[in-house]
Ligand binder design. Structure first.
Ligand SMILES: *[C@@H]1O[C@H](CO)[C@@H](O)[C@H](O)[C@H]1NC(C)=O
Length: 384
C-alpha cells in the first residue's frame, strides 16, 4: 500500500484549523479597543487605562497594550467573547504584562468571568472562574496566583510560584487540561506543573463526599432512591403521545421540568427527606467533573489594585490549542522582547551619559549641588 504523502504546509494549515480561539487581543487598531473593552463605572474612583507601549519597547505599535495610568487606584475593565465551556478540552489563558514603573505593590493578573458578569458594575466582588498572573507587594509577595472557583468557593494554588519582578515584558501562560493536569509557563518556559487535585488540595473535598455517603449508611436501596430524584421533576401534566410505539421508541418519559435549587425549606412533594438532604450535601462537594469544567466562560478582565501605575497588559489569548498558544507567544512577545531590552539598554546608557555631562557642567561652573540631585541621573529601572 502506498502511503499518501501529506505536505508540511497542509499539516500546518490543519493545525490552525483545529485550534479554537475564543479570544485574542493585540490592540492593533488604535482607539477602537474602546468598543471592545468596558471600563466599570461601579466606583467613580476607579483608575483609567490608556493604550501605550510605554517608555521603552520592542515595537512602538505592536507593543501597545492597556496601561494603568493613576497611582493608588483600583482598576476594573473587561471584554466579552462568545461564551463557551471547556468541558473535555484543554483551556489556555495567555497574556503579556510589563511593570515598567518598577512595581512596588500591585496586581498584574487577569480574571476569567462567567458570561453573565455585569461588566459596567465589575468590582472586587464580581464572581470569577479563574484568576491568573503575577502579584507583587513589598518583599513578601512576588507570586503567580492561580485561583480556581469550584462550587461557590475560591481555591488558591498551594505550590507557590514566583513571578518576574523586573520591568520587562513577560509572557504568562496557564494550561488546564481535561486529564486534570495543569502547567504554568513564564516566557514560554514551564515553571510549575502537576495535578489540579493535589496542587489545590482538593482531595479532601472529594473524600468528604465519599465519607459522608458511607457514614450515613447508604445502602443500595438508598442509592436507588437517590437516582429516582429526577423523577420528581417530570412534567406530570404531559401524557404519552397516541402514536408512541414502545418497541421502536423505547419507554416513554415525560419531559423534565426545571429542577428547583437545593435549598432549605424547599422540598418537592412526596420525596424522602434523607434523599433530599443527601442531594443537597452532594451539591457542595466536588467531583472530578467539577475540577476541570467551567460551563459558561464569557469575559476576561483586569480587576486589581496598584500603588504605582504604569503596568501594560497585552497579547491576550484564550484558546484550546497549546501549539497555537506557543506560536502566538513566539509571534508577539518572542519578536519584541529582544528589541525591548536593547532600547532599555540604550536609554540607560544615555541617562548615565547625561548625568556625567551634568556633573562636568557643574564642576566647570563650580556650582554646589546637593547629594540627592547628583544621584538622580543614575536611577535605573532594573535595580530590584
Ligand atoms: C457596585 O457594586 C456593588 C456590589 O456588586 C453594589 O452593591 C453597588 O451598588 C455598586 N455600585 C454602583 C454605583 O453601581
Amino acid at each position: 500500500m502506498a502511503a499518501a504523502r501529506v505536505p508540511l504546509w497542509a499539516i500546518c494549515v490543519l493545525r490552525v484549523a483545529l485550534a479554537t480561539v475564543y479570544f485574542q487581543e493585540e490592540f492593533l487598531d488604535g482607539e477602537r479597543w474602546r468598543n471592545r473593552w468596558v471600563h466599570s463605572t461601579n466606583d467613580s474612583q476607579f483608575g483609567h487605562f490608556r493604550l501605550s507601549s510605554g517608555n521603552f519597547y520592542g515595537h512602538k505599535e505592536k507593543d501597545k497594550g492597556l496601561q494603568t495610568t493613576q497611582n493608588s487606584r483600583f482598576y476594573a475593565i473587561s471584554a466579552r467573547f462568545k461564551p463557551f465551556s471547556n468541558k473535555g478540552k484543554t483551556l489556555i489563558i495567555q497574556y503579556t504584562v510589563k511593570h515598567e514603573q518598577k512595581m512596588d505593590c500591585g496586581g498584574g493578573y487577569i480574571k476569567l468571568f462567567p458570561a453573565d458578569v455585569d461588566q459596567k458594575n465589575l468590582n472586587g466582588k464580581s464572581q470569577y472562574y479563574i484568576m491568573f498572573g503575577p502579584d507583587i507587594c513589598g518583599f513578601d509577595i512576588k507570586t503567580v496566583h492561580v485561583i480556581l472557583h469550584f462550587k461557590n468557593q475560591y481555591h488558591a494554588n498551594k505550590k507557590s510560584i514566583r513571578c518576574k519582578v523586573d520591568s520587562f515584558t513577560h509572557l504568562y501562560t496557564l494550561v488546564l487540561r481535561p486529564d486534570l493536569t495543569y502547567e504554568v509557563k513564564i516566557d514560554g518556559q514551564s515553571i510549575e506543573s502537576g495535578s489540579i487535585e493535589y496542587d489545590w488540595q482538593l482531595t479532601s473535598l472529594k473524600k468528604m463526599e465519599k465519607a459522608s455517603a458511607e457514614a450515613e449508611g447508604w445502602d443500595q436501596a438508598a442509592k436507588d432512591k437517590s437516582q429516582d430524584w429526577e423523577k420528581h421533576f417530570l412534567d406530570a401534566s404531559a401524557s404519552k403521545p397516541s402514536d408512541w410505539k414502545g418497541e421502536l421508541d423505547g419507554d416513554w418519559q415525560a419531559a423534565m421540568l426545571q429542577k428547583p435549587p437545593y435549598q432549605d425549606g424547599l422540598k418537592p412533594e412526596g420525596i424522602d427527606k434523607d434523599v433530599w438532604l443527601h442531594q443537597k450535601m452532594k451539591n457542595s462537594y466536588l467531583t472530578e467533573y467539577d475540577l476541570s469544567e467551567f460551563e459558561n466562560i464569557g469575559a476576561v478582565g483586569l480587576e486589581l489594585w496598584q500603588v504605582r501605575s504604569g503596568t501594560i497588559f497585552d497579547n491576550f489569548l484564550i484558546t484550546d490549542d497549546e501549539e497555537y498558544a506557543e506560536n502566538f507567544g513566539k509571534a508577539t512577545w518572542g519578536e519584541t522582547k529582544g528589541p525591548e531590552k536593547e532600547m532599555d539598554a540604550i536609554q540607560a546608557k544615555e541617562e548615565v551619559k547625561k548625568a556625567q555631562e551634568e556633573d562636568e557642567d557643574d564642576m566647570l561652573m563650580g556650582r554646589f549641588r546637593g547629594r540627592e540631585n547628583s544621584f538622580k541621573g543614575f536611577h535605573r529601572r532594573n535595580e530590584f
